[in-house]
Design a protein around this ligand. Structure first.
Ligand SMILES: CC(=O)SCCNC(=O)CCNC(=O)[C@H](O)C(C)(C)COP(=O)(O)OP(=O)(O)OC[C@H]1O[C@@H](n2cnc3c(N)ncnc32)[C@H](O)[C@@H]1OP(=O)(O)O
Ligand SMILES: CC(C)C(=O)C(=O)O
Length: 570
């Protein structure tokens, strides 16, 4: 690797900010958000959005509650211009939403850009020019003065055309960006921003947005925070400025950079849903917003149907959101591994118990569950995908699924036994076990003669019926009708209760059973609900569990014994 070609990011090196204050601050409220999905997001797509896709994205952003939306670069193409016109002419822009349009600092482009805004209730022209030395030296071949004058001329043009083309029905605003702010000498970025403000004259009721982009992310997030704090301290007319940040994600730390920059004094964040945008993308507004939510801070954006947001973004951008994407990916609330599942299962049970004890719903409790930073339900996900089973899974996850999908609350030692059967399956198949797979493994193992489905009839015995021959004060005597290997037999047995009588009857066929443990529960609420019985038996010298399901709890218990006997002889 040619390491000699690279140098550490210089960033703030020449400035002393040893009295920086941002490290000890915390974020306590949502910033102003500006979605640039329709501009920076759109300009980075293989196929830029067509008008239908643009409109779908715009409507989504409005529904989610964005109040500032950069809707395009109208001077770039007729499609972009027409789209801006269409949302204005259709009255699709709510009164409290400001649309923004981007332009280079070129007179012809600015005139066209401003003309696109005619009739909008609220419109901002966003003008930019590159101020970083690499651009001054290699691209524009401009010195500092010419670079500053380009920004000044562009601002003047925006003000002049706004006065000429827009009337009082439009609340007009200006945003200025020194492009690659993070690579620009700080005192020069300050000089250019001040020169722009001298033209625009921000004052009470005439705010200016100064956007300080990390056009290419090249430093660690703390360097961005230092730069923002330095600008925030040194800009004049600070009370009339919205300091905006616009992080890109080249080093994969845009979210961190944005959060630290907010701590350093930024008021506003520009980014895209799911981090669309140039190269590695703009900062992801979903992650930023839901990071706030997870701390109990209202993001002021509605993320309650994250899958709808994701589907719309995927449709509009024609790109997939990674299954691992924070908060919105398919797998981000799912555990496959045994220890995670075990912890989740116990934590969900404890949460339900705590809610029941307090007489509240679990939604009223503070969220503090292992492995889940937020409750998936809060973004419209169900708990179904929280636990999925494969070869990395253990009894905790398996029994969680049996309980939630089949209402079977398996006793602990049965969980251990059944998980071995599941592991045997996953070891052979190597793939995920769906909840249907799990049920068919369970049914085949424990319910071979169940009436619930077309199951393999491998069991030697099937229970056809029982009749109490005597009862009352003495021992129970039971007449038992069985199928034994296809042959109908009737047996009698006595004992202290129906289970003991049944075991006694089986002894007549030479089958020695003793009951070691027993559990039962109803499968649902209500008197006519079926019951499940779980019985751990020693059949001869084999110890194993049997399961029975039946509307009668007694019959369910006898079926559980048959299940154990059949399994012992399988
Ligand atoms: C960091 C960012 O994301 S900035 C936003 C970038 N987005 C886009 O570029 C998408 C839309 N852009 C476009 O469709 C086209 O670039 C257009 C239509 C705006 C302009 O196209 P063209 O006139 O062909 O010019 P081109 O894009 O090649 O721009 C280069 C020229 O603009 C100048 N220029 C570039 N940026 C700026 C700027 N911010 N202000 C003033 N001039 C600029 C360059 O110096 C160059 O000038 P030259 O022709 O004298 O050498
Ligand atoms: C135009 C500016 C804000 C930009 O997109 C960037 O610097 O990334």
């Amino acid at each position: 690797m040619p390491i000699h070609k690279y140098r550490p990011f210089a960033g703030l090196a020449a400035y002393d900010l040893s009295d920086r204050t941002w490290p000890s601050r915390t974020i306590t409220q949502a910033p102003r958000w500006m979605s640039t999905d329709l501009r920076d997001g759109n300009q980075a797509l293989i196929e830029p959005m067509d008008p239908r896709r643009k409109r779908r994205m715009f409507d989504l952003l409005v529904r989610m509650g964005f109040k500032e939306i950069e809707v395009g670069f109208p001077a770039a193409s007729q499609t972009d211009f027409d789209f801006v016109r269409s949302i204005i002419d259709d009255g699709a822009i709510p009164e409290d939403v400001t649309i923004s349009v981007l332009t280079q600092a070129r007179t012809d482009l600015i005139e066209r850009t401003v003309s696109a805004l005619v009739g909008t209730p609220r419109g901002t022209v966003h003008v930019y020019n590159a101020t970083a030395p690499v651009f001054r030296d290699l691209v524009f071949r401009n010195d500092r003065d010419a670079t500053r004058e380009l920004a000044v001329a562009g601002t003047r043009d925006v003000v002049d055309f706004a006065e000429k083309l827009l009337d009082d029905s439009t609340v007009f605003g200006l945003e200025y960006s020194p492009e690659i702010f993070t690579d620009t000498e700080l005192e020069f970025a300050l000089e250019v921003c001040e020169a722009v403000m001298d033209v625009y004259q921000p004052q009470e009721g005439r705010e200016i947005v100064l956007n300080l982009p990390a056009t290419v992310e090249r430093g660690t997030p703390n360097t961005y925070a230092d730069q923002i704090e330095w600008m925030s301290r040194n800009l004049t007319r600070r009370e009339h400025i919205a300091i905006s940040i616009h992080p890109h994600n080249d080093r994969g730390t845009a979210v961190a950079a944005a959060e630290l920059a907010l701590m350093a004094g930024a008021d506003r964040v520009e980014g895209c849903l799911f981090g669309q945008g140039e190269r590695t993308g703009n900062v992801d507004l979903v992650t930023l917003g839901l990071n706030l939510f997870s701390q109990g801070i209202d993001p002021q954006i509605d993320f309650s149907d994250i899958d709808e947001v994701r589907r719309t973004v995927e449709y509009c951008t024609q790109m997939d959101v990674s299954p691992r994407h924070p908060y919105g990916g398919d797998l981000v609330y799912t555990s496959f591994s045994g220890s995670h599942q075990d912890a989740l299962k116990k934590a969900f049970e404890a949460r339900d118990a705590e809610a029941a004890a307090a007489g509240v719903t679990s939604d009223e409790l503070i969220w503090a569950l292992p492995y889940l930073p937020i409750d998936p339900k809060d973004v419209g996900r169900s708990y179904e995908a929280v636990i999925r089973v494969n070869s990395q899974s253990g009894k905790g996850g398996i029994s969680y699924l049996m309980k939630h999908e089949r209402h079977l609350d398996l006793p602990r030692r049965l969980q251990i036994e059944f998980s071995r059967a599941v592991q045997a399956f996953t070891d052979t198949s190597g793939s995920e076990v769906t909840s249907d797979d799990l049920w068919s493994i369970f049914s085949d193992e424990y319910l071979p003669v169940s009436s619930e489905g077309p199951l393999e009839q491998w069991g030697r015995f099937a229970l056809r019926g029982t009749r109490a021959v005597s009862g009352g004060d003495g021992p129970d005597t039971l007449s038992v009708d069985l199928t034994d290997g296809g042959r109908d037999v009737t047996l009698q047995g006595s004992g202290n209760g129906p289970i003991a009588a049944f075991v006694d009857a089986l002894a007549g066929l030479g089958v020695q059973v003793s009951v070691l443990d027993y559990a039962e529960h109803a499968l649902a609420e209500g008197g006519d609900a079926a019951a499940a019985a779980y019985i751990e038996c020693a059949v001869g010298d084999v110890v194993l569990w049997g399961v029975g399901i039946d509307p009668s709890i007694t019959t369910a218990s006898l079926k559980a014994i048959i299940s154990a006997v059949n399994r012992a002889q399988r």
